[in-house]
Design a protein around this ligand. Structure first.
Ligand code: UD1
Ligand code: UDP
Length: 372
């Protein structure tokens, strides 16, 4: 029996972990024992607990309860806590997801202890190094024994950095490295839960059944940390909503919930803030929306999965293939730019080839981890 520890911490990692956990429990329960280590990076009920219940994810065996704070402090506490658990449990391998601070801490702690490391959603590059996520994902890729790439572009990025095949650089206990094109594990979940979400009462409970609306999510530090920039973004969305006559629904990340409420009340804005959505609620909102506006990585992809036009509130994206297919447009957050992007995406003729695999990434990943 293989002992695997999966490290998660932030909302998108909990969601991604659901797909592999599901496969390990249903198809590989005699071969693999997976236990979950939650760093506690996200801790509000609607940022964490809700997904465990809704997506039937095993309750974490370990929870570091690290919480929020200065990034160096947060990462240091995670590394310390993860190291203690890995030393005690001596797992056969560690799984990490994506590019958050929890990913970075997991990669560093695991590599130091010479435990095999498997990085899911590897090979992404925004080529914007100041972004913490870009730093985190580069370290995770370079320390991983297997990099599971969601797309061909990600494979090419790994090849450019010499990460496709190489003999071990990590000591005797860890074999050489490889990169596998697995497809995107988020597509597995979107397919598994998409229909259930569409037929749920999520939209009617929000009074949105049959009503055209746009869906927006905002949480990147560069859009939220500066008060003026953040308020000007809210104002731009407001202007776009008035210009188009279409309401904008915003499930508000904790980074913006207070300021958005304050903005809406003080300006009598028509933007509609709701609490962070559960995963099923979010999939329902995405499928019902006529357009998606976001700075999230995962939401950009889900817009593509559901063939929804998407405005990306960033200057660059690691999901460049979505932009190349004209399914998304990168835009500044000033109102003129946003309205221009809104008009252009409506005139675009997007294509939706299966860039992210066929929804069976978790099976491919499980097979490779077991055979490693
Ligand atoms: C983090 C990830 C980002 C990911 C996002 C997913 C890093 C560097 N960033 O960004 O890559 O896209 O998660 O949502 O790892 N907060 C709460 N309750 C919570 C969690 C956070 O109130 O449960 C508030 C705290 O004030 C905290 C702030 O949100 O300081 C930011 O949280 P943090 O985890 O540092 O970054 P995210 O913006 O969530
Ligand atoms: N998501 C959710 N509720 C929300 C916003 C997002 O369930 O209110 C889901 C979304 O459907 C996707 C994932 O969270 O599966 C994306 O996470 P997030 O936007 O927090 O981070 P990122 O993908 O940018 O790292």
């Amino acid at each position: 029996m293989l002992n695997i520890i999966t490290i998660i911490g932030a909302r998108p990692q909990i969601i991604k972990a659901a797909a592999l956990s599901r496969i390990l429990r249903t198809s590989y329960s005699y071969e693999v024992c997976e236990r979950i280590l939650h760093t506690g990076q996200h801790y509000d009920t609607l940022m964490s607990d809700v997904f465990f219940g809704e997506m039937n994810i095993p309750i974490p065996t370990f929870n570091l309860n690290v919480g929020s704070g200065d990034q160096a402090w947060q990462i240091a506490h995670m590394i310390e806590g993860i190291t203690d658990i890995l030393k005690q449990e001596k797992p056969d391998g560690v799984v990490i997801y994506g590019d958050t601070n929890s990913t970075l801490a997991g990669a560093l702690a695991t590599c130091r202890l010479q435990i095999p490391l498997f990085h899911i959603e590897a090979g992404l590059r925004s080529h914007y190094m100041p972004m913490p996520e870009e730093q985190n994902r580069i370290v995770a890729d370079h320390f991983a024994n297997i990099c599971f790439a969601p797309t061909q572009t990600a494979m090419q990025n790994l090849a450019r950095e010499g990460l496709i095949h190489s003999p071990t650089q990590f000591g005797e206990q860890r074999k050489g490295r490889e990169a596998i094109l697995s497809g995107d594990i988020m597509l597995d979940n979107a397919i598994h839960y998409g229909a259930q979400a569409k037929h749920s009462t999520a939209l009617s409970s929000l009074g949105l059944d049959g009503i055209p609306y746009m869906l927006a999510t905002i949480h990147r530090d560069f859009n939220t940390d500066n008060t003026d920039k953040r308020d000007s973004l809210f104002a731009s969305l407001d202007i776009l909503s008035k210009h188009s006559g279409i309401p904008i629904i915003i499930p508000a990340h904790p980074r913006i919930s207070q300021s958005l409420q304050h903005y809406i009340q003080s300006t009598h804005s028509h933007l509609r803030a709701i609490p962070p959505a559960s995963y099923l609620q979010m999939l329902a909102l995405e499928q019902g929306a006529c357009m998606i506006i976001t700075d999230s990585g995962g939401v950009q992809k889900e817009a593509y999965f559901f063939h929804k036009p998407c405005l990306v509130l960033r200057h660059e994206t690691e999901w460049i293939e979505i932009v190349e297919q004209q399914a998304a447009i990168l835009t500044d957050t000033e109102s003129d730019s946003l309205i221009d992007a809104f008009e252009r995406i409506q005139a675009a003729q997007p294509h939706y080839p299966p860039l992210f695999g066929d929804g069976h990434a978790a099976e491919i990943i499980a097979e490779h981890i077991i055979n490693y």
